[in-house]
Write a protein that binds this ligand. Structure first.
Ligand code: PEP
Ligand code: MN
Length: 337
């Protein structure tokens, strides 16, 4: 349930509510606005304590969150969550473009990509050091060596960095080297991993699984948030349907639906979503029109030599042209990049 305190409530009165929540064995989730403080008391059967809190003077009113995901819901938090990393705001009016190779490969290539995407207006670089490959014989990523390449790219350009974590043992390294932890489509229901990321305070980019519903995506976000890490970015990256003309079916329906149900920023990954270089741009523009807060796009200067996902990676000149087009679409829907 959500406990809304009276306007301008004193800190000691708010603390008394927090103490009471803790003494009942629940975790308080405090959100302080300009003059309103709301405290989420989340957990099994929290509502049975409603009257005890209603009796407190500092409490203005109490409401219940009907959705199974609580902290991730718009009922819990009305205003959009904005995640700030090195001056980049994710979830605000400006659409944040994060681009880069599928996998971190050679240093010169990663740094080259970083420079060229930055020149086009990207704010972040992506790239995997731990790669979830369908085949065990495919390139599995460079591990920590790859993470260091991401650091080099950041040093050279100032771009914020995103990289995937596949298991709990990799979290420390990813937290050390990157700005955003990516949880891939294949791990969205790896609940131990979600809980462990929830214990960090690093922003997490959570990709929808290829067979997860919007509700399941939000419940996975809830796993991270219930650990105290509220910096979650949701990412639509295509689901599996009967359609086989494209790699996946990019479910852009999810964008406005997620924006309505949740206050969390919503990204779209058109590269994995459609999986065909020629069409990535169309879906990127459609995602912006649908209300995405950011895009994750694969770019490679020599896609024929890329160790993974070359066929869906944009060439630098295609990315440059797309960024100009995205700017126009963003403007048409009242946004900027
Ligand atoms: C990726 O971003 O490189 C990736 C593996 O994505 P997904 O988990 O969406 O397949
Ligand atoms: Mn990829």
């Amino acid at each position: 349930m959500i406990i809304t305190l009276r306007n301008g409530a004193a800190k000691k009165d708010a603390d008394a509510v927090i103490k009471k929540i803790k003494s009942l064995g629940y975790a308080p989730h405090v959100s302080r606005g300009v003059d309103k403080t709301i405290i989420g008391m989340i957990g099994e059967r929290a509502e049975k304590h409603r009257e005890a809190f209603e009796a407190m003077d500092v409490v203005d009113h109490i409401s219940e969150i009907e959705k199974p995901y609580k902290l991730a819901s718009r009922e819990f938090k009305k205003e959009n969550t904005v995640i700030k990393i090195d001056g980049v705001e994710i979830g605000a009016n400006k659409i944040v473009i994060i681009a880069g190779p599928c996998a971190l490969e050679k240093k010169d290539i990663v740094v080259e990509i970083a420079h060229l995407i930055k020149a086009c207006g990207a704010k972040g670089i992506r790239g995997g050091a731990f790669k979830p490959r369908t085949s065990p014989y495919a390139f599995q990523g460079l591990g920590e060596t790859g993470l260091k390449l991401l650091v080099e790219a950041k040093k050279a350009t100032g771009l914020i960095t995103v990289t995937e974590v596949m298991n709990v043992n990799q979290i420390d390294a990813v937290v050390k080297y990157a700005d955003i932890i990516q949880i891939g489509a294949r791990n969205i229901q790896n609940y131990d991993l979600l809980k462990a990321v929830g214990k960090t305070r690093k922003p997490a980019l959570l990709k929808r699984g290829m067979a997860t519903t919007v509700k399941e995506l939000l419940l996975s976000a809830e796993y991270i948030m219930s650990g105290g890490n509220h910096k979650v970015i949701l990412c639509e990256r295509g689901i599996r349907t009967f359609e086989d003309a494209t790699r996946f079916t990019l479910d852009l329906n999810a964008v406005p639906v997620l924006k309505k149900l949740s206050h969390l920023p919503v990204f779209v990954d058109p590269s994995h979503g459609i999986g065909i270089r020629e069409h990535v741009g169309s879906m990127a523009k459609a995602a912006v029109a649908a209300g995405a807060d950011g895009l994750l796009i694969e770019v490679h200067p020599k896609p024929e030599e890329a160790l993974s996902d070359g066929p869906q990676s944009l060439l630098p000149e295609q990315f440059e042209k797309l960024m100009l087009e995205i700017k126009l679409v963003a403007k048409a829907v009242g946004r900027q990049i």
